[in-house]
Design a protein around this ligand. Structure first.
Ligand code: HAS
Length: 542
């Protein structure tokens, strides 16, 4: 690795883990408060900690990690190093994002931005919080442009040859991010900033939520796609096998790009002001976005089974025994995959309108996203860290590190089993999400929820131990013995079909997304703009 590229990647990864640590502290504290096990000193509020937890973990940890990881893969697969302009844009993006993150975190800690990680109206933060968000979003765009430029240059200088799969996937991920963040940029610039500075008196609440979820849903796939990059590109190499199909992987990514964006209404199924026709359209599209994940599951099973059989596995499940269970680069992401099966099933429940009525705004939803992003994605990112840090810093991943990594993964799984399990269960009993400790004047239902809240807090404490262990592992990786560690990128199976060139005809795909977005959003947004009854005066109407 070029030292200049290593520095850029490492800066992103280390900032990500710093955010994870701070977010973890906030997370465990809010869990203990909610479970009624502690009260906070100095007037620190539950919602303040919940905001810090959500923003630092779901937004900051992920975005920094993803940009660092993608930059590393682009450098590795597109010629061995980054071009000067993309590298400079990477640093510019890092500087802007870090400025924004520091300002936003200080405001949250000062209790001036207690608006939760979704930050839509009618909750209002200090205007400077929204300005900080602008820094973060614009900074991330710099990194998008860096990756696009590097990719375009490669295509130009390679006669339009099919690009390496990692680079292709990095472009899809950043394209999705770019198109998605346009929605939140409009919300922040034209609604939240003027409203919070007092330049306008009112804000259209439903429109602000709609613009947020236009961004907020693809956001979850922006977290997922880099994990899929690891599952498709890295894991086959780590297990000593080959990728099942390059074409299938690209098709899955293109489908995710197309269908991740026009589906935000599935977060607003219970909201007035949006007609059921448009909710229905977006639910149909939501079920479309499940297809590429099912394709991914198929492809992974095929990779594991084909490899197992090629080295002598017998019987229906003999291939399971051939997997490298003691290799943390495999173990942590594999556990992420395994958890994604129930996690994805929960998503299908959420997306089904009638069942959404049961689970919406309950702790079930919190349980769902702790399995998806906080387990499937987080464990995959941890798994990547174990080889990425040594690979870019010229160190070796020792057998001891493998062991510590596996223990860390198991602790995470145990903590999450209790925390997310309790959340899912008590959510079905009606316990609301995002609510500080209360017994609702000793209402019998609320009393029934309490033991589950305590289990959540205990699971959260185990997870906090997992966070601390992960930070210690990162420190150990930075001090590992000097040497070489492979950056694992798999080859495709020899008998796999050829990849059609159409996957890299970006004009077609961007055109198709624009059409889908216009179909899914133009009429409902016009209705929201014309309908003063949907919270135009900043009144919550549900
Ligand atoms: Fe979700 C709410 C629907 C996936 C994250 N979701 C959320 C929120 C977050 C989130 C953060 O329709 C809360 C937002 C908030 O604060 O309000 N979600 C879905 C659906 C999917 C889905 C249909 N979600 C995700 C992913 C996330 C994520 C991924 C983060 C990374 N979600 C919803 C809905 C809501 C929602 C509603 C709103 C609820 C409400 O009312 O508020 C699908 O994409 C899931 C498809 C996945 C699968 C699984 C495929 C399995 C694979 C693994 C294979 C395993 C192998 C190993 C090979 C179909 C690929 C096997 C080995 C063996 C030995 C067996």
């Amino acid at each position: 690795f070029d030292r200049r590229d290593s520095a850029l990647v490492l800066a992103h990864i280390l900032f990500a883990f710093f955010a994870l640590l701070l977010g973890g502290v906030a997370g465990v504290l809010q869990g203990l408060v909610r479970g009624g096990m502690i009260t906070l000193p100095y007037g620190i509020g539950y919602y303040q900690l919940l905001t810090a937890h959500g923003i630092l973990m779901a937004l900051v940890f992920t975005t920094y990690f993803i940009i660092g990881f993608l930059y590393s893969g682009v450098a590795k697969t597109l010629g061995g190093h980054l071009l000067p302009v993309p590298r400079a844009l990477g640093w510019l993006g890092y500087g802007l994002m870090t400025t924004g993150t520091v300002i936003a975190t200080i405001l949250i800690l000062l209790n001036k931005a207690t608006v939760l990680y979704t930050f839509y109206a009618p909750m209002k933060a200090s205007p400077w919080f929204y300005v900080a968000l602008v820094f973060i979003v614009v900074g991330s765009w710099m990194s998008c442009f860096g990756i696009f430029i590097n990719y375009r240059y490669w295509k130009k200088t390679h006669n339009g040859k099919l690009s390496p799969l990692f680079a292709f996937m990095a472009v899809v991920t950043m394209l999705m991010w770019f198109i998605a963040t346009l929605g939140v940029a409009i919300e922040v610039l034209f609604m939240l900033i003027p409203w919070s500075f007092g330049w306008v008196e009112t804000v259209n609440v439903t429109l602000s939520r709609t613009l947020f979820w236009y961004f907020g849903h693809p956001l979850v796939y922006f977290w997922l796609l880099p994990a899929y990059i690891c599952w498709y590109v890295v894991i086959p190499k780590v297990i000593g096998g080959k990728m099942f199909s390059d074409a299938l992987a690209r098709l899955a990514f293109i489908l995710l790009l197309l269908f991740s964006i026009p589906v935000g209404f599935h977060h607003q199924l219970m909201e007035p002001g949006i007609s059921s026709v448009w909710k229905y359209v977006q639910v149909v599209l939501t079920f479309m976005v499940v297809v590429p994940s099912l394709m991914t599951a198929f492809s992974l099973f095929a990779t594991f089974e084909l490899h197992g059989r090629s080295i002598g596995a017998k019987g229906l499940f003999g291939w399971l025994k051939k997997l490298p269970w003691r290799d943390v680069r495999f173990f942590a992401p594999f556990m992420g995959m395994l958890v994604f099966i129930p996690a994805g099933a929960g998503g299908l429940i959420n997306a089904s309108h009638q069942m959404n009525m049961v689970v919406h705004n309950t702790l079930w939803v919190t349980g769902h996203f702790h399995l998806t992003v906080a387990t499937s994605v987080a464990l995959t990112f941890f798994g990547v860290t174990y080889w990425l840090i040594p690979a870019i810093t010229g160190r070796v991943l020792t057998p001891r590190m493998h062991k510590l990594g596996i223990v860390q993964t198991i602790i995470w799984l145990v903590g999450m089993f209790f925390m997310s399990g309790a959340m899912h269960t008590v959510g079905l009993f009606g316990s609301p999400r995002r609510t500080a400790y209360t017994t609702y004047q000793d209402h019998p239902d609320a009393i029934l929820w309490m033991p589950y809240h305590v289990v959540m807090a205990i699971g959260g404490t185990v997870l906090f131990i997992g966070v601390v262990m992960m930070i210690m592992n990162v420190v150990m990786l930075l001090r590992a013995p000097k040497g070489e560690t492979e950056y694992p990128v798999a080859e495709v199976r020899d008998t796999a079909e050829r990849t059609p060139a159409i996957f890299e005809r970006w004009g077609i795909w961007v055109g198709a997304i624009v059409v889908l977005i216009l179909i899914a959003y133009s009429i409902p947004v016009m209705e929201l703009l014309n309908n003063p009854g949907t919270g135009a005066k900043g009144i919550v109407t549900w």
